[in-house]
Design a protein around this ligand. Structure first.
Ligand SMILES: Cc1cc2nc3c(=O)[nH]c(=O)nc-3n(C[C@H](O)[C@H](O)[C@H](O)COP(=O)(O)OP(=O)(O)OC[C@H]3O[C@@H](n4cnc5c(N)ncnc54)[C@H](O)[C@@H]3O)c2cc1C
Length: 387
């Protein structure tokens, strides 16, 4: 990293640290307890332009490379916050940036950069298709100057805190296309209008405060110019955004892992049982050291993924690997942190149990460990595709 980049990282980390100090443990405990959206925290990040870090300067963002987005999200989690409520505002716009028309970019990106427009809902997963995305059944049927959308999405996070949604829908039936990935299209849906015309949103209560929902489309008309890129090519557009998402989620996991490791080490030094700090016992030291080693290794892979991504290379394997390794490292650190705290690990005021629940999610979403292993088997080991 150059001196100039190092300087930016230091500034970003200092800024994030101050925000996290302002919104410390009690803030997150209350939001978790009440299942509330952390609006004040998200507003502060927006004011500081942190969520617009990756939007090019010509559209009002900071035009930073993905490695700086990584630093922001990593720091949020390392300093005790949680970016899950707003990380998508940082990267969902990538679909518009890479595949949108000049008019769409000009229409939406400046508003997303300023925070005036919230583009943080991503409607891909459906209840019956699950991970098998090409089997989704939500359809968009062309009708003159609009499309009519029918179907259902599930686990659509932040739908209630979004003005716009990236929606994946089938525009040509699966049995009428040569490849199952064909015939899917991506739309930028103005949810403010859609909600007046047949879209409904039902929050799902989950073990973590993730503001996620089921979204129903009942004959929802959307203007034809909501289509992003070419009709039928949407699956490719969604895939092309996934490397950025995986890299940025890996950063959050690394931040979580560092938080757990510090919390566990601090407690292990302070807690005295049998007349000595529990951290003097190797049974306590070794799992923390193991999690530390896993975290350092995962972070090295993440840095490599960023370098390939920024150079325009194919970062698929490294993005997947970094997300898998980082989520496993943060889970190891979470488990060790809880064990180190003994009974106090489950007490709300220590924040360990909340972060423990939050960390567990990333082995499942946005892509599960199994599916990453399948990707590696197929793409790196040349083994037959298993699904
Ligand atoms: C809190 C939360 C927020 C989310 N936010 C969003 C969002 O904003 N937008 C969105 O579109 N989605 C979102 N998701 C969905 C998320 O991406 C999916 O939950 C995830 O991709 C897994 O899909 P599924 O839950 O349907 O599991 P399933 O596909 O039913 O899989 C269940 C289990 O079986 C395993 N499995 C399935 N097929 C195979 C196979 N062939 N080989 C080996 N193992 C297999 C999976 O790995 C998984 O462990 C969110 C999920 C959660 C829980």
């Amino acid at each position: 990293m150059s001196d100039e980049q190092q300087e930016i990282v230091t500034q970003l980390r200092d800024t994030v640290k101050k925000v996290c100090e302002e919104f410390a443990g009690e803030y997150w405990r209350e939001k978790d307890r009440e299942r509330q959206y952390p609006k004040e925290f998200v507003d502060r990040l927006t004011e500081l332009g942190l969520l617009a870090a990756l939007i090019p300067e010509e559209y009002g963002g900071s035009g930073l490379p993905i490695s700086m987005g990584v630093e922001i999200l990593k720091a949020i989690h390392e300093f005790g916050g949680n970016a899950g409520a707003c990380h998508a505002q940082m990267y969902t716009m990538g679909t518009v940036l890479r595949h949108g028309s000049p008019e769409q970019k000009q229409k939406y990106l400046p508003g997303v950069a300023s925070g005036e427009l919230r583009l943080q809902a991503f409607g891909v997963t459906e209840p019956t298709a699950g991970t098998d995305t090409t089997s989704i059944s939500t359809v968009a049927v062309r009708d003159g100057d609009k499309y009519i959308v029918n179907g259902q999405k599930v686990w659509t996070s932040r739908a209630l805190q979004s003005d716009l949604m990236i929606l994946l829908a089938r525009t040509t039936a699966k049995d009428k296309v040569a490849k199952r990935a064909d015939g899917l299209s991506v739309f930028l849906v103005d949810m403010r209008e859609a909600k007046k015309n047949g879209m409904s949103i039902n929050p799902i209560r989950t073990m973590i405060n993730h503001s996620t929902n089921a979204v129903f489309f009942d004959n929802v008309p959307i203007p034809a110019d909501s289509l992003i890129g070419e009709e039928g090519k949407g699956f490719r557009y969604i895939l092309s955004g996934m490397n950025a998402e995986r890299i940025l989620i890996a950063a959050e996991c690394i931040g979580d892992a560092r938080w757990f490791i510090k919390k566990a080490s601090d407690y292990a030094r302070e807690r005295v049982v049998f007349g000595r700090p529990i951290g003097q016992n190797q049974g306590i030291q070794f799992p923390i050291a193991q999690a530390y080693a896993q975290t350092v290794a995962a972070e090295a892979v993440l840095e490599k993924a960023c370098a390939v991504y920024e150079s325009g290379g194919n970062a698929g394997t490294l993005a997947n690997l970094s997300k898998m390794l980082a989520s496993e490292a943060s889970w190891a650190a979470a488990d060790t942190c809880m064990q180190t705290h003994g009974g106090f690990g489950v007490a709300e005021e220590y924040d360990v149990e909340r972060k423990f629940r939050e960390a567990r999610l990333y082995r499942i979403a946005p892509i599960s460990t199994n599916l990453i292993l399948s990707y590696i088997a197929e793409h790196e080991l040349e083994l037959p595709r298993s699904y």
